[in-house]
Design a protein around this ligand. Structure first.
Ligand code: S3P
Length: 456
């Protein structure tokens, strides 16, 4: 049953909080743990529906996960060693999680086994060809579908005899990069991925942490198209060793309390221990350009990842141009950035957003339509999203948003409703649990007026 929720104009938001662990790092910690020999200990794992779906799939292939109910206690996973997963007895259901299904495809590719992968209605609409095409070149068989056009449910047959490849990413996607590198761990020889625009580099960092032989080289170039970037090479027949992982706070989740603090007058919110990896920090860079009252302090490195404490205070924002090159470092933050742009003075142009069309929903269209419904002028030109800011206290609101099984659309528009003149209703909050299970409690604790819509 959908659970509609309402967000109303709220008094000043105040508090000092931590957001749950980073989703990308949590998925990888479990998966690399399953492929390593020995035990991996994961502190601060995100216990969200997406990550739990990934964990269940790994268990179905022989990974032994010991869960801890106590939020502060680590999870453990006893791995099977590289190439040691076993064929699952039934289909693997990855729910709403693109990251889980795509990274798993890369791992399964290197195993002599057949597996069927399924997901919910949103995941079943998303393209899998971008992953399956390079994996098919390496020797993965896609049964009954053309790899390039495949959609879930997909049945694949892996091989313990994969061929290494050198693959240039057609789109800047960490999921494609990671899937090819994971397959490469099982191939005979060196597998290289070339990316022209840097995408999140957690797989590279964590593979090195787990003992894989991995090399990252910067490619020379004059900056023209098809030049520059990075080449990432892994050696096949790798032996990963179980490790300890500490998962920092998810900057994509922190974006919501930070954004709310910026637009609700009189607010001041601190979010501690947020991942500040430069391949994930484009949103915060953009906020500073918009003139946001933001302090990014106490930068430190924990388990190979930079983290920081972020303090956000309400104040005026100005519209900016967000260049296409920045998109991969903030790809999941555009819905909430577009919401902030509505409260800014002047126009915000967000360029190079083609990838938003293939997220949990068509985020480009749904964000623009949602803003229009809330009385904010927003339009799409090619793959640029343009929002004409109305300035603080002048966003009308008063809309009901169809969230289309997309957690970030739900959270972004609930955030808008905290500062718009009339309330915002989102048709379902169920999907928020895929990435930010305590969103409502955390925001409520800061003073956000979020309530179930009774009798809907
Ligand atoms: C992710 C990569 C991104 C992002 C997703 C998580 C990851 O997708 O949107 O939420 O953990 O690798 P793409 O790599 O397809 O851009």
């Amino acid at each position: 049953m959908p659970q509609p929720y309402q967000a109303r104009q709220s008094g000043p938001l105040r508090g000092d909080v931590r957001v749950p662990g980073d989703k990308s790092i949590s998925h990888r910690a479990l998966l690399f743990g399953a492929l390593a020999s020995g035990e991996t200990l994961i502190h601060g794992l995100l216990r969200s529906a997406d990550v739990l779906a990934g964990a269940a799939a790994l268990e179905a292939m022989g990974g032994a996960v010991s869960r801890s109910e106590d939020e502060s206690a680590p999870w453990r996973i006893r791995g099977r060693g590289t190439g040691g997963l076993v064929a699952p007895e039934g289909p693997l259901d990855l729910g709403n999680s693109g990251t889980a299904v795509r990274l798993l495809m890369g791992a399964i590719a290197g195993h002599d086994m057949t597996a069927t992968l399924t997901g919910d209605a949103s995941l079943s609409r998303r393209p899998m060809g971008r992953i399956l095409a390079p994996l098919a070149h390496m020797g993965l068989e896609v049964i009954g579908q053309e790899p390039e056009k495949a959609r879930l449910p997909v049945t694949v047959r892996g091989s313990s005899d994969l061929v290494p490849i050198c693959y240039e990413l057609p789109v800047p996607s960490a999921q494609i990069k990671s899937a090819v590198l994971l397959a490469g761990l099982h191939a005979a020889g060196e597998t290289t991925v070339i990316e022209r625009t840097p995408s999140r580099d957690h797989s590279e960092r964590m593979l090195a942490h787990f003992g894989a032989a991995l090399e990252v080289s910067e490619l020379a170039g004059a900056g023209g198209e098809g030049e520059g970037g990075r080449a990432i090479t892994v050696c096949g027949h790798a032996e990963l060793v179980g490790r300890e992982v500490r998962v920092p706070g998810d900057p994509s989740s922190a974006a919501f309390p930070v954004a709310a603090a910026l637009i609700v007058p009189g607010s001041e919110v601190v979010v501690r221990g947020v991942l500040a990896n430069p391949t994930r920090f484009g949103f915060y860079e953009t906020l500073l350009e918009m003139g946001a009252d933001l302090k990014i302090e106490s930068k430190r490195t924990i388990a190979g990842e930079p983290i920081a404490d972020i303090t956000a205070r309400s104040g005026p924002l100005r519209g900016v141009r967000v260049p296409a090159e920045r998109a991969p470092s903030m790809i999941d933050e555009y819905p909430i950035l577009a919401v902030l742009a509505a409260f800014a003075e002047g126009e915000t142009r967000m360029e190079g957003l083609a990838e938003l069309r293939v997220k949990e929903c068509d985020r480009l269209a749904v964000t623009a339509e949602g803003l229009n419904a809330a009385g904010v002028e927003a339009g799409i030109e090619g793959d640029t999203l343009i929002v004409r800011g109305r300035g603080p206290n002048r966003v009308p609101g008063g809309a009901r948003i169809a969230t289309e099984l997309d957690h970030r659309i739900a959270m972004a528009f609930l955030t808008l409703g905290l500062a718009s003149r009339a309330p915002i209703v989102v048709d379902d909050i169920g999907m928020i649990a895929t990435s930010f299970p305590n969103f409502l409690e955390l925001m409520g604790g800061l003073g956000a007026e979020l309530t179930p819509l009774e009798g809907d």
